[in-house]
Write a protein that binds this ligand. Structure first.
Ligand SMILES: Nc1nc2c(ncn2[C@@H]2O[C@H](COP(=O)(O)OP(=O)(O)OP(=O)(O)O)[C@@H](O)[C@H]2O)c(=O)[nH]1
Ligand SMILES: [Mg+2]
Length: 431
């Protein structure tokens, strides 16, 4: 099971909960811990992360009318963004970027990708091969640079990486973005640290970027700390997100380096790179692709609820309160989103579409009732009223009668749920 799937399952279980109490949060956190650990997130980070969620979840109650699941989703979202950093907007400006990372993490590919990225945005770009250890590192970057159509500098056989940097800087005085690719190792040893420090001192980069691949295991955190200690990491690029659903190591690395994620690598091709987008990435992990609009819809619903809390209470079900619910629901988007938020995303499409049409019709019918009629169903049965409402709403008398029948069924249901506050609240919000 991948990280996103695990988080989604933990959230889905919350759907059954009607209140947020210590027990609910503990159970949720237990699930979350399991999935984070199995996705290679460092133990300490898992504990810190879940503890913060617990504290936040229990500190304040969900606002009236907000389902526990949405409330926790919101918190988890914000905590994950806290770990990974918020959306990165690359500055199109003169800069030097140093890339460091473990063996095979994608440094060389990323160097070419970034050079192309900035060059495509109007800056002249160059790459430097400072990997003086791996055979063919020179040829690899040279070829990539050619493909990307960016300038390249390296010196075959030279073992002093800082010397190469010095020469390259001299040569690339007119370039606006210069990217330095460095050697990778299976572990960060003393020699590599020394070399990296020297390169950094000579290159004087604006960004010191740690390149990690998405499926790096439990070592991610420790490695990131070591790189950070050596050169003070300022940002992280996560590569190979196209191939791994785990991503936990990358989370750990970003946290350990205390640096935001800047770019995401999504394939071997030179244009397979994207600035990190928190909503897309974290929303994807949580299984809510359009989390921005979900969150703002929930906020909207909260606001609505706050203006007329008594109407959202649904203590008494009449056409008026039913109408308020319908309106609030309309603000939350299509029925399938609402149902999805309740944690039942698998309702057949036809049923949803039918339901939606029906609710729309109900809305127009109730809109044609007088205020008195909405409060007192009995009035509707006086002669002429149903006919008038049908005309006014552009529906048929049969439609109006159908609404009354459905409404009475619902009212009965409400009576039986009278003692089940939690359910009533939830139902009140969504219906
Ligand atoms: N699928 C996928 N493959 C990638 C991505 N980034 C890099 N790769 C591949 O990963 C392999 C290693 O990439 P390199 O760029 O050579 O990694 P490196 O960190 O420079 O490796 P060393 O120099 O040996 O330390 C190559 O086959 C790349 O094509 C990515 O985002 N997605
Ligand atoms: Mg390399």
């Amino acid at each position: 099971m991948d990280l996103g799937e695990g988080i989604r399952q933990a959230l889905a279980k919350l759907t059954r909960s009607t209140i947020i109490d210590a027990k609910t949060v503990k159970e949720f956190n237990k699930e979350l811990q399991k999935t984070l650990l199995s996705s290679d997130v460092e133990v300490q980070l898992v504990l810190k992360f879940t503890k913060e969620i617990e504290e936040r979840a229990l500190k304040s109650k969900p606002p009236a009318g907000v389902a526990p699941r949405d409330y926790i989703t919101n918190i988890v979202y914000e905590q994950l963004v806290g770990l990974m950093g918020s959306t990165y907007t690359p500055e199109i400006k003169r800069q030097k970027i140093l890339l460091a990372g473990l063996y095979g993490s994608g440094k060389t590919t990323t160097a070419a990708k970034l050079a192309k990225f900035y060059q495509d945005r109007g800056l002249s770009a160059a790459v430097i091969c400072c990997d003086v250890h791996r055979p063919a590192a020179y040829e690899q970057l040279e070829t990539l640079a050619k493909t990307a159509n960016v300038a390249f500098y390296g010196r075959k056989g030279e073992k002093d990486a800082s010397k190469i940097v010095k020469e390259a800087l001299e040569k690339f005085k007119d370039k606006q973005v210069i990217i330095c690719d460095t050697s990778g190792r299976s572990a960060l040893d003393g020699e590599l640290v020394e070399e990296l420090k020297q390169v950094t001192n000579t290159f004087k980069p604006d960004e010191k970027v740690l390149v990690v691949n998405a499926d790096i295991g439990q070592v991610a955190g420790r490695q990131a700390r070591e790189f950070d200690k050596a050169v003070k990491i300022s940002g992280v690029v996560v590569t190979k997100m196209d191939g791994s659903g785990k991503g936990g190591g990358a989370l750990s690395a970003a946290h350990a380096a205390n640096a935001p994620v800047l770019f995401i690598g999504l394939g071997e091709k030179l244009n397979n790179i994207e600035p990190y987008d928190a909503e897309k990435f974290v929303g994807g992990l949580l299984g809510i692709p359009d989390i921005a609009s979900l969150l703002s819809n929930v906020q909207e619903a909260i606001k609505e609820a706050n203006i007329k809390p008594e109407e959202m209470q649904m203590e008494e079900l009449d056409f008026e309160s039913f109408y308020t619910q319908l309106k609030a629901m309309g603000k939350m988007g299509p029925l399938k989103n609402v149902v999805g938020m309740m944690g039942a995303p698998d309702v057949p499409k036809e049923v949803l579409e039918q339901g939606e049409d029906k609710l729309k019709k109900y809305g127009t019918i109730i809109a044609s009732m007088t205020k008195k009629e909405r409060k007192d169903e009995g009035l509707l049965h006086q002669s002429g009223r149903i006919e008038r409402i049908a005309k006014g709403s552009g529906t048929t008398e049969k439609d109006v009668r159908g609404l009354i029948t459905d409404f009475n069924k619902m009212k009965k249901m409400f009576k039986t749920m009278q003692n089940d506050r939690g359910f009533k609240k939830k139902f009140g919000k969504f219906m």
